[in-house]
Design a protein around this ligand. Sequence first.
Ligand SMILES: Cc1cc2nc3c(=O)[nH]c(=O)nc-3n(C[C@H](O)[C@H](O)[C@H](O)COP(=O)(O)OP(=O)(O)OC[C@H]3O[C@@H](n4cnc5c(N)ncnc54)[C@H](O)[C@@H]3O)c2cc1C
Length: 396
Amino acid sequence: MRVAIIGGGILGAATARLITSQIPGAEVQVFEKEPDLARHQTSHSSGVVHAGLYYTPGSLKARLCVRGMSLLRDFCRAHSIRYDACGKLVIATEVGEMPRFEALEQRARANGVPGLRRLDGSELRSVEPHAQGLAALHSPATAIVDFAEVARAMAADATAAGASIHLGREVARVDGGRGAARIELVDGGGAGADRVIVCAGLHADRLARRSGQPAEPRIVPFRGEYWQLRPERSELVRGLIYPVPDPALPFLGIHLTRTINGSVMIGPSAILGGAREGYRRGSFVARDVWDAVAWPGAPRLFRRHWRAGLGEIVRAASKRAFIREAQRYVPELEPDDTVRAVAGIRAQTVDRDGSLVDDFRLASNGPVLWVRNAPSPAATSSLAIAEELVERAGLS
Ligand SMILES: Cc1cc2nc3c(=O)[nH]c(=O)nc-3n(C[C@H](O)[C@H](O)[C@H](O)COP(=O)(O)OP(=O)(O)OC[C@H]3O[C@@H](n4cnc5c(N)ncnc54)[C@H](O)[C@@H]3O)c2cc1C
C-alpha cells in the first residue's frame, strides 16, 4: 500500500507515524514544501494542550481533543519531551459573563474534562496569586508543550519505521483516479499512491481547488499577535489564564499562557492577515488578501462580527488597548512589562454564508482524503485526528 501525505506539520507527521507503525508493508511518503518540518501553524501556536472544555459535545473537536490529549501525554512521556500540566483558569470578571460561564462549565463536564473544579474569587488566587475575578473554572490537566518538537519526534519515528520525508517539495495538484491517485509536484516531479492524505494547513483550499475539488470552504487567514512578559515580570502568571469565550466565535480570546520555555505570552488577537505565511508586522501578499476579501463569505462574516472585529483592530493598533484586555484578569500587569512577540496565522475556514467553520472538517474524493479545517485544538488532537484519518482512508 503506497500512501502519500501532503504537509509536514503536526497532522502530517502524526499520520505518517501512525501508518508506518500500524500497517505492515505500507510505503509512506511525506511531501513538505518548506526546507524543514512544522514551519507554519505548528510552530506558531500558544502551545497549549487543551483538555476539551469548549467544544460542542459530540463534535469531532470534543471527541478528538479529549482522546488526543491523553495520547499526546503518553507520547511525550515515551519520548522524554517536556510536557507540563500547569493547569488553566477560565475567569469570569463580570456578573454579565456568568450565564456563559455556567454554560461553559456544563459543556466541560459533558466532555469529561478531567479534574474540573469551580472556584470563587478568593480560591482562584490560590492557583494564580496575581489574578482576579468573580469565579473561575480550574482545569488542572490542561498542559503546555512545544508542538514543533512533538511534530519532529513524530516524523523521526515515521522515518525510523521506513517513511520517506521529502522536504522542499511543493505539491501542485493531486489527481484522485478511481483506484489510485497521482501527485504532481511544482518542480515537475510526481508520484503515484494508493491513498493520499492532505494536511496542507493554510493552503488546504488552494490545493483542493487546483485539484478540481470544491473551492468551498475558503481559508481566511487570521493573524494572531502576541506580547510577551519581560522575564523579570513572568512571575505574574504561573500557568494559563483565559477569559470566558464568546460562543459565537471560534477564537478563545486574549489569554495569558506560560510556555514550556518559561516565557509568558499574552494573545493572540484575531485580525484579517495580510499574508497567509507572513509573520512580520505589515506582511502583505496581494493574492492572499484578494482571495480572502473576494470570497462571498468574507463580507458576510465581517458584517456579522463587525463589533468584535472593531475591537480586534483597536487592540492591533494600540498596545495599551491590547494589554487592558489582559489587565481584567491580572490587574498588576502594565504595558511596560511586555515586549512584542512573534505572531501566528490561523487557517480559519469560512463557509460561503459567512459562518466560521468551528468543527474539524474532512472530505474525501476516491483515494484522496482532505483535511479542510483543522484549527485549534488540532495540535492537541493530532494523534487522535491521525487515527480518524487512517480509519476514514480505509487504512485501519
Ligand atoms: C496563533 C495560533 C495559536 C494556536 N494555539 C493552539 C493551541 O494552543 N493548542 C492547539 O492545540 N492548537 C493551537 N493552534 C492550532 C494548531 O497550531 C493547528 O491546528 C495545527 O498546527 C495544525 O497542524 P497542521 O499540520 O494541519 O498545519 P501546519 O502546521 O500549518 O502544517 C501544514 C504544512 O503543510 C505544508 N504545505 C502546505 N501546502 C503544501 C503543498 N502544496 N505542498 C507541500 N506542503 C504543503 C506547509 O508548509 C505546512 O508545513 C493554534 C494556531 C495558531 C495559528
